[in-house]
Design a protein around this ligand. Structure first.
Ligand code: ATP
Ligand code: MG
Length: 430
Protein backbone atom coordinates (compact mmCIF):
# COMPACT_ATOMS: atom_id res chain seq x y z
CA UNK A 1 0.00 0.00 0.00
CA UNK A 2 1.32 3.46 -0.87
CA UNK A 3 2.66 5.31 2.14
CA UNK A 4 0.27 8.20 1.80
CA UNK A 5 -2.57 5.70 2.28
CA UNK A 6 -1.26 4.68 5.70
CA UNK A 7 -2.06 6.70 8.78
CA UNK A 8 0.98 8.18 10.53
CA UNK A 9 2.63 5.99 13.18
CA UNK A 10 1.04 6.39 16.58
CA UNK A 11 -2.30 7.70 15.30
CA UNK A 12 -5.63 5.90 15.20
CA UNK A 13 -8.76 5.83 13.08
CA UNK A 14 -12.00 5.50 14.97
CA UNK A 15 -14.25 3.65 12.53
CA UNK A 16 -18.07 3.77 12.87
CA UNK A 17 -17.94 0.29 14.36
CA UNK A 18 -16.10 1.59 17.44
CA UNK A 19 -17.47 5.09 17.72
CA UNK A 20 -20.05 4.18 20.38
CA UNK A 21 -17.16 3.54 22.78
CA UNK A 22 -15.95 7.10 22.29
CA UNK A 23 -19.49 8.44 22.63
CA UNK A 24 -19.73 6.60 25.94
CA UNK A 25 -16.61 8.12 27.51
CA UNK A 26 -17.30 11.55 26.02
CA UNK A 27 -20.79 11.51 27.44
CA UNK A 28 -19.92 10.20 30.88
CA UNK A 29 -16.99 12.61 31.35
CA UNK A 30 -19.11 15.57 30.23
CA UNK A 31 -22.02 14.65 32.48
CA UNK A 32 -19.86 14.05 35.54
CA UNK A 33 -17.89 17.28 35.02
CA UNK A 34 -21.11 19.25 34.65
CA UNK A 35 -22.55 17.65 37.76
CA UNK A 36 -19.53 19.05 39.65
CA UNK A 37 -20.21 22.52 38.18
CA UNK A 38 -17.44 22.53 35.57
CA UNK A 39 -18.14 24.25 32.22
CA UNK A 40 -16.65 23.22 28.92
CA UNK A 41 -13.81 25.23 27.38
CA UNK A 42 -12.32 24.82 23.90
CA UNK A 43 -8.85 26.06 23.07
CA UNK A 44 -6.72 25.99 19.90
CA UNK A 45 -4.92 22.84 18.77
CA UNK A 46 -1.65 24.75 18.57
CA UNK A 47 -0.14 27.52 20.65
CA UNK A 48 3.15 29.37 20.67
CA UNK A 49 6.00 27.01 21.56
CA UNK A 50 7.09 29.33 24.33
CA UNK A 51 3.83 28.78 26.22
CA UNK A 52 4.68 25.10 26.67
CA UNK A 53 8.36 25.71 27.39
CA UNK A 54 7.40 28.14 30.14
CA UNK A 55 4.64 26.03 31.68
CA UNK A 56 5.38 22.34 31.12
CA UNK A 57 9.06 23.00 31.82
CA UNK A 58 12.36 22.99 29.90
CA UNK A 59 13.70 19.85 31.60
CA UNK A 60 10.67 17.62 31.09
CA UNK A 61 10.47 14.74 28.61
CA UNK A 62 7.54 16.47 26.96
CA UNK A 63 9.46 19.63 26.11
CA UNK A 64 12.86 18.01 25.55
CA UNK A 65 11.78 15.09 23.39
CA UNK A 66 8.12 14.94 22.57
CA UNK A 67 6.84 18.21 21.12
CA UNK A 68 5.63 18.63 17.55
CA UNK A 69 6.83 22.10 16.68
CA UNK A 70 6.77 23.96 13.39
CA UNK A 71 7.96 27.31 12.25
CA UNK A 72 5.20 28.90 10.21
CA UNK A 73 5.95 32.30 8.73
CA UNK A 74 8.71 32.94 11.21
CA UNK A 75 6.63 32.13 14.29
CA UNK A 76 7.29 28.97 16.30
CA UNK A 77 4.18 26.96 17.14
CA UNK A 78 3.65 23.62 18.88
CA UNK A 79 0.76 21.17 18.66
CA UNK A 80 -0.51 21.02 22.24
CA UNK A 81 1.10 18.13 24.17
CA UNK A 82 -1.44 18.64 27.00
CA UNK A 83 -4.42 20.78 27.85
CA UNK A 84 -3.47 22.78 30.92
CA UNK A 85 -1.18 25.39 29.36
CA UNK A 86 -3.66 26.42 26.67
CA UNK A 87 -6.52 26.46 29.16
CA UNK A 88 -4.69 28.72 31.60
CA UNK A 89 -3.60 30.93 28.70
CA UNK A 90 -7.25 31.21 27.65
CA UNK A 91 -8.35 32.02 31.22
CA UNK A 92 -5.79 34.82 31.36
CA UNK A 93 -6.50 36.18 27.90
CA UNK A 94 -10.28 36.18 28.41
CA UNK A 95 -10.16 37.79 31.83
CA UNK A 96 -11.73 34.75 33.49
CA UNK A 97 -9.52 35.02 36.56
CA UNK A 98 -10.93 38.46 37.28
CA UNK A 99 -14.40 36.91 37.62
CA UNK A 100 -15.72 35.20 40.73
CA UNK A 101 -13.43 32.34 41.73
CA UNK A 102 -12.99 29.46 41.51
CA UNK A 103 -13.21 29.12 37.74
CA UNK A 104 -13.95 25.50 36.90
CA UNK A 105 -13.58 24.21 33.35
CA UNK A 106 -13.31 20.88 31.56
CA UNK A 107 -12.23 19.86 28.08
CA UNK A 108 -12.08 16.89 25.73
CA UNK A 109 -9.23 17.39 23.32
CA UNK A 110 -6.49 15.78 21.24
CA UNK A 111 -2.85 15.98 22.36
CA UNK A 112 0.32 15.38 20.37
CA UNK A 113 3.57 13.90 21.64
CA UNK A 114 6.40 12.36 19.69
CA UNK A 115 6.73 9.14 21.67
CA UNK A 116 7.47 5.53 20.82
CA UNK A 117 4.03 4.19 19.94
CA UNK A 118 2.77 1.16 21.86
CA UNK A 119 -0.50 -0.01 23.40
CA UNK A 120 -1.89 2.94 25.35
CA UNK A 121 0.86 5.27 24.14
CA UNK A 122 0.12 7.19 20.97
CA UNK A 123 1.44 10.24 19.17
CA UNK A 124 -2.02 11.69 18.84
CA UNK A 125 -4.17 10.86 21.84
CA UNK A 126 -7.16 12.33 23.60
CA UNK A 127 -7.65 13.70 27.05
CA UNK A 128 -10.60 14.57 29.17
CA UNK A 129 -9.28 17.16 31.60
CA UNK A 130 -10.47 19.56 34.26
CA UNK A 131 -8.88 22.68 35.69
CA UNK A 132 -9.94 24.65 38.73
CA UNK A 133 -8.38 28.07 39.33
CA UNK A 134 -8.65 30.15 42.46
CA UNK A 135 -9.14 27.54 45.17
CA UNK A 136 -6.38 26.87 47.70
CA UNK A 137 -8.45 24.72 50.05
CA UNK A 138 -7.55 21.05 50.46
CA UNK A 139 -11.22 20.36 49.78
CA UNK A 140 -10.59 21.55 46.23
CA UNK A 141 -7.92 18.84 45.85
CA UNK A 142 -10.32 16.24 47.21
CA UNK A 143 -13.11 17.52 44.95
CA UNK A 144 -10.99 17.23 41.79
CA UNK A 145 -9.80 13.76 42.75
CA UNK A 146 -13.39 12.75 43.51
CA UNK A 147 -14.46 14.01 40.08
CA UNK A 148 -11.88 11.70 38.45
CA UNK A 149 -12.95 8.80 40.60
CA UNK A 150 -16.62 9.38 39.83
CA UNK A 151 -15.87 9.10 36.10
CA UNK A 152 -13.95 5.85 36.61
CA UNK A 153 -16.75 4.44 38.79
CA UNK A 154 -19.46 5.58 36.41
CA UNK A 155 -17.94 3.76 33.41
CA UNK A 156 -17.69 0.67 35.58
CA UNK A 157 -13.94 0.32 36.16
CA UNK A 158 -12.74 -1.82 39.02
CA UNK A 159 -9.18 -2.33 40.22
CA UNK A 160 -8.02 1.24 39.76
CA UNK A 161 -5.77 2.40 42.58
CA UNK A 162 -5.49 6.04 43.53
CA UNK A 163 -1.80 6.84 44.13
CA UNK A 164 -1.29 10.00 46.12
CA UNK A 165 1.74 12.10 46.94
CA UNK A 166 2.74 15.65 47.79
CA UNK A 167 5.73 17.24 46.10
CA UNK A 168 5.63 20.33 48.26
CA UNK A 169 6.25 23.92 47.28
CA UNK A 170 9.43 25.66 46.05
CA UNK A 171 10.29 26.28 49.72
CA UNK A 172 10.42 22.60 50.73
CA UNK A 173 11.78 21.56 47.38
CA UNK A 174 15.04 23.52 47.63
CA UNK A 175 16.25 21.31 50.47
CA UNK A 176 14.92 18.20 48.80
CA UNK A 177 16.67 18.94 45.49
CA UNK A 178 19.93 19.23 47.43
CA UNK A 179 19.34 15.85 49.06
CA UNK A 180 18.62 14.33 45.64
CA UNK A 181 21.80 15.80 44.19
CA UNK A 182 23.81 14.33 47.01
CA UNK A 183 22.17 10.95 46.46
CA UNK A 184 22.63 10.79 42.67
CA UNK A 185 26.05 12.45 42.42
CA UNK A 186 28.03 9.22 43.09
CA UNK A 187 26.01 7.44 40.31
CA UNK A 188 26.37 10.26 37.83
CA UNK A 189 28.35 8.29 35.25
CA UNK A 190 25.70 5.54 35.07
CA UNK A 191 22.77 7.89 34.44
CA UNK A 192 21.35 8.43 30.96
CA UNK A 193 22.61 11.62 29.25
CA UNK A 194 19.31 13.47 29.78
CA UNK A 195 19.43 12.72 33.50
CA UNK A 196 23.05 13.82 33.81
CA UNK A 197 21.87 17.21 32.67
CA UNK A 198 18.81 17.05 34.93
CA UNK A 199 21.06 16.39 37.88
CA UNK A 200 22.38 19.90 37.40
CA UNK A 201 19.21 21.69 36.36
CA UNK A 202 16.32 19.87 38.05
CA UNK A 203 17.18 16.66 39.96
CA UNK A 204 13.53 15.88 40.78
CA UNK A 205 13.00 15.05 37.10
CA UNK A 206 15.35 12.09 37.61
CA UNK A 207 12.59 10.32 39.52
CA UNK A 208 10.40 10.51 36.43
CA UNK A 209 12.90 8.89 34.04
CA UNK A 210 11.59 5.83 32.20
CA UNK A 211 14.99 4.13 31.69
CA UNK A 212 15.18 0.88 33.73
CA UNK A 213 18.84 1.53 34.71
CA UNK A 214 17.99 4.99 36.04
CA UNK A 215 14.97 3.62 37.84
CA UNK A 216 17.12 1.05 39.57
CA UNK A 217 19.52 3.78 40.71
CA UNK A 218 16.59 5.92 41.90
CA UNK A 219 15.13 3.07 43.95
CA UNK A 220 16.44 4.25 47.32
CA UNK A 221 16.42 7.98 46.64
CA UNK A 222 15.23 10.24 49.47
CA UNK A 223 11.47 10.86 49.45
CA UNK A 224 9.93 14.32 49.29
CA UNK A 225 7.39 13.62 52.02
CA UNK A 226 10.18 13.85 54.60
CA UNK A 227 11.05 17.35 53.40
CA UNK A 228 7.62 19.00 53.38
CA UNK A 229 7.33 22.37 55.12
CA UNK A 230 4.67 22.75 57.78
CA UNK A 231 2.10 24.33 55.48
CA UNK A 232 2.51 21.63 52.79
CA UNK A 233 2.41 18.85 55.37
CA UNK A 234 -0.81 20.23 56.87
CA UNK A 235 -2.37 20.62 53.45
CA UNK A 236 -1.53 17.01 52.59
CA UNK A 237 -3.03 15.74 55.86
CA UNK A 238 -6.23 17.70 55.16
CA UNK A 239 -6.51 16.29 51.63
CA UNK A 240 -6.12 12.78 52.97
CA UNK A 241 -8.75 13.22 55.64
CA UNK A 242 -11.23 14.78 53.17
CA UNK A 243 -10.74 11.78 50.87
CA UNK A 244 -11.15 9.37 53.75
CA UNK A 245 -14.33 11.15 54.81
CA UNK A 246 -15.65 10.59 51.28
CA UNK A 247 -14.73 6.91 51.39
CA UNK A 248 -12.08 7.30 48.69
CA UNK A 249 -9.31 4.77 49.13
CA UNK A 250 -5.75 5.65 48.23
CA UNK A 251 -2.16 4.59 48.67
CA UNK A 252 0.69 6.98 49.37
CA UNK A 253 3.25 6.67 46.62
CA UNK A 254 6.31 8.90 47.11
CA UNK A 255 7.60 7.92 43.65
CA UNK A 256 4.91 9.97 41.94
CA UNK A 257 6.42 13.28 40.89
CA UNK A 258 4.53 13.76 37.59
CA UNK A 259 6.04 14.50 34.21
CA UNK A 260 5.34 18.22 34.09
CA UNK A 261 7.22 20.86 36.02
CA UNK A 262 4.36 23.02 37.18
CA UNK A 263 3.03 20.80 39.96
CA UNK A 264 3.11 21.75 43.66
CA UNK A 265 1.74 20.03 46.75
CA UNK A 266 -0.80 17.32 45.86
CA UNK A 267 -0.08 15.04 42.90
CA UNK A 268 -2.00 11.89 42.05
CA UNK A 269 -2.45 9.12 39.52
CA UNK A 270 -5.22 6.59 39.06
CA UNK A 271 -3.41 3.42 38.02
CA UNK A 272 -4.81 0.16 36.67
CA UNK A 273 -3.02 -3.12 36.17
CA UNK A 274 -5.46 -4.30 33.48
CA UNK A 275 -3.66 -2.85 30.44
CA UNK A 276 -0.01 -3.57 31.05
CA UNK A 277 2.73 -0.98 31.40
CA UNK A 278 0.79 2.17 30.43
CA UNK A 279 -1.51 1.85 33.41
CA UNK A 280 -2.02 5.48 34.40
CA UNK A 281 -5.48 6.39 33.18
CA UNK A 282 -5.75 9.70 34.98
CA UNK A 283 -3.10 11.98 36.43
CA UNK A 284 -2.98 15.43 37.89
CA UNK A 285 -2.38 17.64 40.83
CA UNK A 286 -2.06 21.13 42.15
CA UNK A 287 -0.05 23.81 40.35
CA UNK A 288 -0.14 26.87 42.56
CA UNK A 289 2.77 28.61 40.83
CA UNK A 290 1.83 28.18 37.18
CA UNK A 291 -0.47 31.14 36.64
CA UNK A 292 1.98 33.57 38.17
CA UNK A 293 4.82 31.95 36.27
CA UNK A 294 2.94 32.70 33.04
CA UNK A 295 2.56 36.35 33.97
CA UNK A 296 -0.75 36.37 35.82
CA UNK A 297 -1.57 37.00 39.48
CA UNK A 298 -0.71 34.45 42.13
CA UNK A 299 -3.79 32.24 41.72
CA UNK A 300 -3.68 28.70 43.12
CA UNK A 301 -4.97 26.07 40.72
CA UNK A 302 -5.25 22.35 40.11
CA UNK A 303 -6.54 19.78 37.67
CA UNK A 304 -6.01 16.48 35.93
CA UNK A 305 -5.82 14.86 32.52
CA UNK A 306 -7.44 11.52 31.74
CA UNK A 307 -6.24 9.55 28.73
CA UNK A 308 -9.36 8.50 26.84
CA UNK A 309 -7.63 5.79 24.76
CA UNK A 310 -6.32 4.25 27.98
CA UNK A 311 -9.75 4.60 29.58
CA UNK A 312 -11.40 2.72 26.69
CA UNK A 313 -8.64 0.07 26.67
CA UNK A 314 -9.16 -0.51 30.37
CA UNK A 315 -12.94 -0.68 29.96
CA UNK A 316 -12.49 -3.26 27.20
CA UNK A 317 -10.02 -5.27 29.28
CA UNK A 318 -12.43 -5.29 32.23
CA UNK A 319 -15.50 -6.06 30.13
CA UNK A 320 -17.28 -2.80 30.99
CA UNK A 321 -20.47 -1.89 29.17
CA UNK A 322 -20.65 0.78 26.50
CA UNK A 323 -23.66 2.68 25.19
CA UNK A 324 -25.63 0.81 22.51
CA UNK A 325 -24.36 1.66 19.05
CA UNK A 326 -26.87 3.85 17.20
CA UNK A 327 -28.62 1.61 14.67
CA UNK A 328 -31.38 1.82 12.13
CA UNK A 329 -34.82 1.70 13.70
CA UNK A 330 -37.08 1.51 10.66
CA UNK A 331 -36.03 0.37 7.23
CA UNK A 332 -38.54 1.31 4.53
CA UNK A 333 -38.63 -1.26 1.76
CA UNK A 334 -40.70 -0.56 -1.38
CA UNK A 335 -41.50 -3.77 -3.29
CA UNK A 336 -41.17 -1.94 -6.60
CA UNK A 337 -38.86 0.91 -7.53
CA UNK A 338 -41.90 3.16 -8.02
CA UNK A 339 -42.41 3.18 -4.24
CA UNK A 340 -39.02 4.76 -3.50
CA UNK A 341 -40.29 8.33 -3.55
CA UNK A 342 -42.99 7.46 -1.01
CA UNK A 343 -40.33 5.74 1.11
CA UNK A 344 -38.22 8.89 1.07
CA UNK A 345 -41.19 11.04 2.16
CA UNK A 346 -42.14 8.67 4.96
CA UNK A 347 -38.54 8.42 6.14
CA UNK A 348 -38.40 12.24 6.39
CA UNK A 349 -41.61 12.30 8.47
CA UNK A 350 -40.27 9.57 10.77
CA UNK A 351 -36.95 11.39 11.25
CA UNK A 352 -38.87 14.51 12.25
CA UNK A 353 -40.25 12.42 15.11
CA UNK A 354 -36.75 11.42 16.13
CA UNK A 355 -36.82 7.94 14.57
CA UNK A 356 -33.72 6.68 12.75
CA UNK A 357 -35.16 5.77 9.37
CA UNK A 358 -33.48 4.57 6.17
CA UNK A 359 -34.51 3.26 2.78
CA UNK A 360 -32.89 1.69 -0.27
CA UNK A 361 -30.51 3.94 -2.20
CA UNK A 362 -28.90 1.43 -4.53
CA UNK A 363 -31.89 -0.11 -6.30
CA UNK A 364 -31.82 -3.50 -4.54
CA UNK A 365 -34.62 -5.96 -5.28
CA UNK A 366 -37.07 -6.34 -2.39
CA UNK A 367 -35.55 -9.57 -1.03
CA UNK A 368 -32.08 -8.06 -0.85
CA UNK A 369 -33.51 -5.01 0.89
CA UNK A 370 -34.80 -7.29 3.65
CA UNK A 371 -31.39 -8.92 4.00
CA UNK A 372 -29.73 -5.55 4.11
CA UNK A 373 -32.17 -4.29 6.78
CA UNK A 374 -31.29 -7.36 8.81
CA UNK A 375 -27.60 -6.63 8.47
CA UNK A 376 -28.17 -3.05 9.66
CA UNK A 377 -29.89 -4.46 12.71
CA UNK A 378 -33.10 -2.56 11.91
CA UNK A 379 -35.79 -3.05 14.52
CA UNK A 380 -38.67 -2.64 12.09
CA UNK A 381 -39.16 -3.14 8.39
CA UNK A 382 -41.88 -1.08 6.72
CA UNK A 383 -42.94 -3.01 3.62
CA UNK A 384 -44.44 -0.81 0.92
CA UNK A 385 -46.23 -2.99 -1.65
CA UNK A 386 -47.63 -1.24 -4.73
CA UNK A 387 -51.24 -2.35 -4.16
CA UNK A 388 -51.14 -1.30 -0.52
CA UNK A 389 -49.46 2.01 -1.35
CA UNK A 390 -52.38 2.89 -3.61
CA UNK A 391 -54.66 2.45 -0.61
CA UNK A 392 -52.34 4.47 1.63
CA UNK A 393 -51.21 1.46 3.64
CA UNK A 394 -48.13 -0.62 4.33
CA UNK A 395 -47.01 -3.53 6.51
CA UNK A 396 -44.85 -3.09 9.56
CA UNK A 397 -42.68 -6.06 10.45
CA UNK A 398 -41.03 -6.41 13.84
CA UNK A 399 -37.64 -7.83 12.88
CA UNK A 400 -37.07 -9.52 16.23
CA UNK A 401 -40.39 -11.33 16.59
CA UNK A 402 -41.20 -11.58 12.89
CA UNK A 403 -44.70 -10.31 13.66
CA UNK A 404 -46.38 -8.25 10.94
CA UNK A 405 -49.33 -5.87 10.97
CA UNK A 406 -50.91 -3.48 8.49
CA UNK A 407 -50.42 0.24 9.13
CA UNK A 408 -51.97 3.34 7.61
CA UNK A 409 -49.41 5.72 6.14
CA UNK A 410 -51.30 9.02 6.28
CA UNK A 411 -49.35 10.16 9.34
CA UNK A 412 -45.98 9.13 10.77
CA UNK A 413 -47.73 8.73 14.14
CA UNK A 414 -49.76 5.84 12.71
CA UNK A 415 -46.55 4.06 11.85
CA UNK A 416 -44.93 4.57 15.21
CA UNK A 417 -48.06 3.89 17.28
CA UNK A 418 -46.99 0.41 18.36
CA UNK A 419 -43.25 0.95 18.50
CA UNK A 420 -41.58 -0.51 21.51
CA UNK A 421 -37.91 -0.05 22.35
CA UNK A 422 -37.71 3.02 20.18
CA UNK A 423 -37.54 6.15 22.26
CA UNK A 424 -38.79 9.09 20.29
CA UNK A 425 -36.12 11.71 20.77
CA UNK A 426 -36.52 15.31 21.84
CA UNK A 427 -35.49 17.77 19.21
CA UNK A 428 -31.83 17.80 20.27
CA UNK A 429 -31.63 14.80 22.55
CA UNK A 430 -31.66 11.13 21.80
P1 ATP B 1 3.23 8.66 31.14
O1 ATP B 1 4.00 8.59 32.40
O2 ATP B 1 2.37 7.45 30.89
O3 ATP B 1 4.06 9.06 29.95
P2 ATP B 1 2.52 11.40 31.51
O4 ATP B 1 2.97 11.72 32.87
O5 ATP B 1 3.36 11.81 30.35
O6 ATP B 1 2.18 9.84 31.38
P3 ATP B 1 0.35 13.31 31.58
O7 ATP B 1 1.10 14.34 30.86
O8 ATP B 1 0.08 13.48 33.00
O9 ATP B 1 1.03 11.88 31.31
O10 ATP B 1 -1.03 13.06 30.83
C1 ATP B 1 -2.21 12.69 31.52
C2 ATP B 1 -2.77 11.39 30.99
O11 ATP B 1 -2.82 11.39 29.57
C3 ATP B 1 -1.92 10.17 31.29
O12 ATP B 1 -2.17 9.71 32.58
C4 ATP B 1 -2.40 9.19 30.26
O13 ATP B 1 -3.62 8.61 30.64
C5 ATP B 1 -2.61 10.08 29.08
N1 ATP B 1 -1.44 10.06 28.17
C6 ATP B 1 -0.27 10.72 28.32
N2 ATP B 1 0.54 10.48 27.28
C7 ATP B 1 -0.13 9.64 26.45
C8 ATP B 1 0.16 9.02 25.19
N3 ATP B 1 1.29 9.24 24.56
N4 ATP B 1 -0.78 8.22 24.64
C9 ATP B 1 -1.96 7.99 25.26
N5 ATP B 1 -2.29 8.54 26.44
C10 ATP B 1 -1.40 9.36 27.03
MG1 MG C 1 4.76 10.79 29.15
Amino acid sequence: MANYLKRPNGTEDVTPERIHKWHTVERVTREVAQSFGFSEIRVPTFESTELFQRSVGETTDVVQKEMYSVIARETQYTLRPEGTAGTIRAMLQNGMLAEALPQKVFYQLSCFRHERPQAGRLREFHQFGVEMAGAASPYADAEVILLGKTVLDRVGLRDVVLNLNSIGCPKCRAKYQEALRAYFEPHKEQLCPTCQERLVRNPMRLLDCKSPEDREIAKDAPVILEYLCEECAEHFEAVKSALTAMGVEFVINPKIVRGLDYYTKTVFEFITTSIGAQGTVCAGGRYDGLIEQLGGQQVPALGFGMGLERLILTMEAQGCEFMEPARCEVYLAPMEAAGTQKAMQLAAALRDMGVRAEFDLVGRPFKSQMKYANKLGAKYLLVLGSDELEKGAGRLKNMDSGEQKPVRLDTAENITADFTEISLADQFGG
